[in-house]
Ligand binder design. Structure first.
Ligand code: SAH
Ligand code: SF4
Length: 372
């Protein structure tokens, strides 16, 4: 099979052109055609040499991912299930908020980290996504939105918060980030990309030295080692002390403040002791806290705290001088937390492999399960 064009960073492309005896300046034109003009047929690149066009047509694959299902939520969130060449699928979610349209992309099929609250974890790790499969989530969905919604809809931000642990797939996510940020192509600024990690310490140390300067979100979920270990088995290996030693290495100037994601689970990490531990662990000037009310899914063993409890926790953190926000659950009426869509649809066989098949009555019963 031909390699995907979407695996190439701008520098890779330039080097490839040189290696094949073409002018390296062609890289600017080619990135422009592919990522700005959305023309993925080399024969149409009018300002590129004939030989280079033929080379890319012969040797590179420009296929997008296949959107096998998509669903629009009442709040404007649209979930996509996209299929890759080997038939595996992952989710990407487009979330509209204020003046932004953020795409939440997946980094792996499944995940090896095994957090006890996470639906993706139940699948284990099936495989890492290739650079091109990450980039293509963006390209495929941007193109889908232009074709199906309106030609002027534009994704403005990306978060690596879909299925998988991005830092476990370090090199591919790094390359995908370089492609997203390339001025010659999509040109997404560093503030428009957020990487969320469960706290893979060796990879954080590497990130501090060698990763484009994107926003960092850390899935903390508890400031107490015993509770965090119960929620996230990775804490057994890299506990809070080791984790924060690594976090301190991240150059804050480039990465600005770090966002700490804090899942709120009823009776688990939402007490006064948890508030105090969190306030003692974090520095309010260098951290932002994003509270995420737990998203229940069929078979999940945890519960979401009451609205009142969530507001109380928020209030406690604000009182202690923290910038603290609540992540509203987006798209809960179309199956919420990461990984749920894929599994529910596989179980219920709501779609077949080729055609998007949605049977509204069955879908809505899944949604009702979800809402409970
Ligand atoms: N693996 C990375 C990024 C993907 S998960 C990480 O863990 O950070 C993105 C976010 O979704 C994480 O903060 C994760 O804790 C959260 N999440 C997972 N399952 C959830 C659930 N059932 N309800 C709410 N948030 C959940
Ligand atoms: Fe993996 Fe993140 Fe889910 Fe944990 S929360 S299992 S790290 S995807």
């Amino acid at each position: 099979m031909k390699p995907s064009f979407f695996d190439l960073t701008y520098d890779d492309l330039k080097n490839l052109l040189i290696e094949k005896g073409f002018s390296p300046f062609g890289a600017t034109q080619i990135f422009d055609w592919v990522y700005k003009k959305w023309v993925h047929q080399p024969e149409e690149w009018s300002n590129v040499s004939k030989a280079a066009k033929e080379f890319f047509k012969e040797n590179y694959d420009f296929a997008l991912l296949k959107v096998v299902w998509n669903g629009l939520s009442k709040d404007g969130t649209r979930k996509f299930l996209v299929k890759m060449n080997d038939g595996q699928t992952v989710e990407s979610v487009a979330i509209a908020a204020r003046d932004r349209l953020t795409l939440c992309v997946s980094s792996q099929v499944g995940c090896a980290v095994g957090c006890t609250f996470c639906h993706t974890a139940t699948q284990g790790l099936k495989r890492h996504l290739k650079t091109s499969e990450v980039v293509l989530q963006y390209v495929t969905i941007q193109k889908w939105l232009m074709d199906e919604v309106s030609s002027d809809v534009k994704l403005t931000n990306i978060v690596y918060m879909g299925q998988g642990e991005p830092l476990h797939n370090f090199e591919n996510m790094k390359k995908a980030t370089l492609i997203f940020m390339s001025e010659k192509g999509l040109g997404l600024g560093q503030r428009r990309i957020t990487l969320s990690t469960s706290g893979l310490v060796p990879a954080i140390e590497k990130l501090a030295e060698d990763f484009p300067p994107v926003n960092i979100a850390l899935s903390l979920h508890s400031a107490r080692n015993d509770v965090r270990t119960e929620l996230m088995p990775i804490n057994k290996v890299y506990d809070l002390e080791r984790l924060f030693k690594a976090i301190k290495l991240i150059p804050l100037k480039a990465h600005r403040r770090i966002t700490y994601e804090y899942l709120l689970i009823d009776g688990m990490n939402d007490s006064m002791d948890d508030v105090v531990a969190l306030a003692n662990l974090l520095n309010s000037k260098e951290s932002k806290i994003n509270l995420i009310p737990f998203n229940e899914f069929p078979g999940s063993k945890y519960k979401r705290p009451s609205e009142q409890k969530i507001m109380w926790f928020l209030d406690q953190m604000i009182k202690r001088g923290f910038t603290c926000t609540i992540r509203t659950t987006k798209g809960s009426d179309i199956l919420a937390a990461c990984g749920q869509l894929k599994s529910e649809f596989e179980k219920l066989n709501l779609w077949d492999n080729e055609r998007p098949v949605v049977i509204p009555s069955i879908a809505s019963s899944v949604l009702q399960n979800q809402a409970r």
